[in-house]
Structures are given as C-alpha cells and as structure tokens.
Design a protein. Structure first.
Length: 84
C-alpha cells in the first residue's frame, strides 16, 4: 500500500471476509482481526448491559464503507415514509 494509505489506516489491512466467514480471523490481517474482535466484544457487552439483553449469545459487527452505510440508512428511512 502507499504511504498515505498506510498512515491513514494505521498500518492495518482490512482483510475481512477472505475465508468466506466475515467473522473469521484473517491470518494476513492480524491487527484488523484483533480490532474487529475487540469491537465485537465491546458491542456485545454494551447491548447486554445497557439494553438488558442478558441471554444474548453473540453479535455480528460488520465493517462497512460510508457509501453502503448511507444507502442502508436511506433504504430504512424510505420504509418509514408515509404512503401518498
């Protein structure tokens, strides 16, 4: 990767999903896999404690690009729009 990309992403490669399992640890992206696992555990703990979902077995945290996130939000809002 270029030096700009390397600095921007803290020397972490995305490496998510190569094995076909988006939650699997990626051997060539150990740093990114570690950050993903840590964030997943923090999210699970937050949902369990703040929302009281004590029987929660697991969560799936999926990295998403800005464009895809915006599209999903707009699609969700479209469903909330009153029919005319």
């Amino acid at each position: 990767a270029s030096p700009i990309v390397r600095r921007r992403h803290f020397c972490l490669g995305h490496g998510i999903g190569r094995s076909g399992d988006v939650a699997a640890i990626q051997p060539k992206a150990a740093g990114s896999s570690l950050v993903n696992k840590l964030c997943t555990q923090l999210l699970k703990d937050m949902i369990s404690n703040m929302l009281g979902m004590r029987n929660l077995k697991g969560v799936l945290l999926v990295p998403m690009a800005t464009g895809m996130a915006i599209v999903l939000v707009l699609l969700a809002l479209r469903n909330k729009r009153p029919k005319t």
